[in-house]
Design a protein around this ligand. Sequence first.
Ligand code: NAD
Ligand code: UD1
Length: 341
Amino acid sequence: MKVLVTGGLGYIGSHTVVELIQKGYEVIIADNLSNSSIEILKKIKQITGFRPLFKLIDFREMDEVKSLFNEYEFENIIHFAALKSVSESVKFPNLYHENNVGSLNNILECIKSNPRKNFNLIFSSSCTVYGQANKLPITEDSPVVKQESPYGETKKKCEEIISEFCKKNTNLNSISLRYFNPIGAHKSALIGELPNGVPQNLVPYITQTAIGIREELTIFGSDYPTKDGTCIRDYIHVIDLAISHIDSLNYLINLNEKNHYSFFNVGTGNGTTVLELVNTFEKVNKIKLNYSFGGRRDGDITEAFADCSKIHNELKWKANLTLEEALESAWKWEKNLNSKD
Ligand code: NAD
Ligand code: UD1
């Protein structure tokens, strides 16, 4: 079974590629290396014993996407390739639209022009589409709201485009996965998250502080209406997240239906405060973290955690790894990264 993995050298993509190869899938990675490195291919080979096919392409370029579809035989696509920084998207909204929405449109155009082939597409979406939901845990019935950032807007728009496309085209079945907060790394510590510049996300900021790259973690806000005053999120181990893509793909492969489109939350179902996460990091890794409390970050929501019963009931997927395991793997990855510098 062949699978095209767009953005397959990135953080979530590389972990998914490893799981795919280990389950016997033949993988074609297509990436423009805008936020990843070709070195990751070697690490994938080190972990799995296989070097997947790799094509350097930019999904914004229609000619390149067409030649990818002509050159390789595949019917299954996991589409990770996108830009993902909320703050950068505010500065460069057009770039985010062109890259994230434009790339998807090019892929869909190629699917449309291959009407004799039936495709399955898994799309990387985000819980950001819910904004601050009124009811917690967040189910898929929670409304998708107007987005605060151009990044969030691209996720909302892409979901809408795929949903409409599936209604009109019988050769595509698709699932969007709304990730909660992916963290952690592969247990080998050979692949993990590689933030660009100063990390904006919590866990890479913590590991960089613990290793001494950053002086101190600022916890954004201590006056939220939560049990300890800090924000609540649903942190999911990247390996569990990777596996959810394979389970989603298998569901579509075995589906005897046309025009299928559905979307699922992918989280653990547990809400963790920033302070609880910091304390857990210190405890499992036996390390003291330098941190202080600061003001709230603009655009942050108070609380988000998933109701994962839909994906459990329909796709039989659930998260198996713990917050402790995720934070242990994140720290091992950071140490490994720095031991080579
Ligand atoms: P990442 O930046 O590590 O990986 C994305 C990969 O796509 C990179 O290797 C990059 O080089 C590639 N890419 C980007 N634009 C491309 C283009 N035009 N053509 C070809 N390749 C391109 O990001 P990630 O954390 O692995 O995220 C993967 C997906 O999951 C993204 O769609 C992201 O929006 C989504 N997502 C991520 C998170 C998160 O916290 N990491 C949360 C929710 C959703
Ligand atoms: C952010 C993005 C969201 C994206 C998600 C996953 C914003 C507003 N939202 O969400 O669109 O889908 O990442 O990539 O950027 N925190 C600190 N100190 C830090 C960093 C973070 O206290 O230095 C806190 C935040 O205030 C938040 C929690 O840690 O409460 C998690 O932050 P982060 O990892 O950035 O994820 P999200 O805020 O959920």
